[in-house]
Ligand binder design. Structure first.
Ligand code: ATP
Length: 480
């Protein structure tokens, strides 16, 4: 590939440093001279570019990818050709791929793995709903920004690779063999279920430090087609039974048996309850217990309504169809709760365990909503804000996965959460006022959400509303 540094593409994109090389091309840092915005530019290799058919497909696929607007999918900004070489312009991501992360640190903690998988599943779900299948889900295509947001990258590129291989070597299996679904191997891939199989492989690897099948390419092909995976708990005892069940379900040989199909409903039904009531790992001795004095932040058995009367959690019937992302969110919440409980010094008669990390992670006791004064006492302390923001974001993603929020609103809220997280980490240790500023920002956001709920842009129930209720924040606004 020619030296691209300092090149100006189509008079608009100024290329800078090379970020990295992959099988299909090179990714460069760049700047959009029209908007001044930093971008990433992927240039296809000349070999791929030479194939006219492949180029047309590339443009088509990229246009499809550009339709997916979701916080967990890299934003495609433009596609074009420069001197006959196709390129793709994307938002420039900070951080690095999970492949780079895994290479350095090995496996992940259970909670962290669940957070990442939830985000990946939510991004893929958004793509699938837009009619786009990734076809090459693998750690190298899952990018974690420095703010902890996972972005699925490289949509559509694998399809192009398949095309290129068909044109060059009939029968060649394209893709990274460790993550290929059985149906892709036999040439019948390209459906959302194939992405879910690959996600199962990634989940396995995040938990165990290696993918479910290892070996040479022909061995891998055989194993994907015929061998059942060894349950992750054989390699790692602390994998919760529900999480293991989900990973194994994703790895079903038959695409129709994976979650999101009819059979998946059975597997996922265990996760359809609000977090604190469900998905407690088998053998967990501690079910959620109401504290003396009734429900408080973190409880989900009873949810507070704006008028102060408790209402029942949403009925199971209404929550029957749950995407993988939501199942993972529930598991995440449960394992966060359990790990916090196991670290907790509090006696069993103390406050109830939280179904999320937000309240429990706070180092100071959290007053009940009824104790709220001018400063909303239900907001997290400064030390707990980042964990609380992560929970907020996950509740938002889960809400979006259920279709219970206007997509434009979801994007705006996610950006604000990300901005707050960024400001917090940037300002870490630089002064006390920053925590107050973040709390003020959060209150504004909560107010906007309450307003959105009134306008029908946010469903009255669902993971986000439950999160706000749990935090006592919906009450706070209504009191004003
Ligand atoms: N939008 C982006 N912003 C910042 N870095 C990116 C972006 N997209 C990709 N990268 C990084 O650029 C490098 C090369 O990416 P590329 O997609 O070409 O290769 P790959 O995914 O490793 O391999 P392959 O294309 O064969 O699957 C990787 O390190 C990837 O994390």
């Amino acid at each position: 590939m020619p030296e691209m540094a300092s090149s100006l593409l189509v008079g608009r994109y100024q290329l800078g440093e090379l970020i990295g090389r992959g099988g299909m091309g090179e990714v460069w840092q760049g700047r959009d001279l029209r908007s001044g915005r930093p971008v990433a530019v992927k240039m296809l290799t000349p070999q791929v570019a030479q194939m006219m058919e492949a180029r047309e497909r590339f443009a088509r696929e990229m246009r499809a990818a550009a339709r997916i607007v979701h916080p967990n999918v890299v934003t495609v900004l433009d596609v074009g050709e420069h001197e006959g070489q196709p390129f793709l312009v994307m938002e420039l991501l900070s951080g690095r791929s999970l492949a780079a992360d895994l290479a350095e640190r090995g496996r992940y903690g259970i909670v962290e793995a669940c957070h990442l998988l939830t985000q990946a599943a939510t991004g893929l779900d958004a793509a699938h709903r837009a009619g786009v299948v990734h076809r090459d889900v693998k750690p190298a295509n899952l990018h974690r920004t420095t703010q902890g947001v996972l972005k699925v990258v490289d949509f559509g590129v694998a399809h192009l690779a398949t095309e290129a291989a068909r044109l060059t070597a009939v029968g060649t299996v394209v893709g990274t063999a460790a993550y290929l679904s059985p149906e892709q191997i036999i040439g019948q891939g390209g459906q959302p279920a194939s992405d879910l199989y690959a996600l199962g492989c990634v989940g396995y690897e995040l938990l165990c430090g290696h993918s479910p099948f290892v070996g040479s390419a022909p061995q891998l092909v055989y194993k994907h087609l015929h061998e059942p995976p060894v349950p992750p708990s054989r390699y790692r005892e602390d994998v919760p039974a529900e999480l293991e069940g989900l990973i194994l379900a994703l790895l079903a040989k038959d695409p129709a048996a994976r979650p999101a199909g009819a059979a998946a409903l059975q597997i996922l039904s265990a996760f359809t309850q609000p977090p604190a009531r469900t998905a407690w790992p088998t053998g967990s001795p501690v079910p959620p217990v109401l504290p003396p004095g009734g429900a408080r932040a973190g409880d989900t058995a009873l949810l507070n309504t704006p008028d102060g009367r408790p209402r029942q959690a949403p009925s199971e019937g209404r929550r029957l169809v749950v995407p993988v992302a939501v199942a993972l969110t529930a598991i995440t919440a449960a394992v966060v709760g359990v790990s916090l409980l196991s670290n907790s010094q509090q006696p069993s008669s103390g406050p109830a365990p939280s179904g999320t990390s937000s309240v429990a992670a706070s180092e100071e006791p959290t007053p009940t909503p009824s104790e709220a004064t001018d400063t909303p006492s239900t907001l997290p302390t400064q030390s707990g804000i980042d964990g609380w923001l992560a929970d907020f974001d996950h509740a938002l993603l889960a809400q979006q996965a259920q279709g219970g929020i206007d997509p434009g609103l979801a994007r705006k809220v996610h950006e604000q959460i990300t901005e707050m997280a960024g400001n917090l980490s940037e300002n870490e240790g630089r002064g006390k006022g920053k925590g107050n500023q973040a709390q003020k920002q959060m209150r504004g956001l909560i107010r906007d959400l309450s307003e959105a709920q009134r306008q029908g842009k946010l469903a009255a129930d669902g993971p986000l509303s439950a999160f706000l209720d749990r935090s006592g924040l919906s009450d706070e606004h209504d009191d004003q």
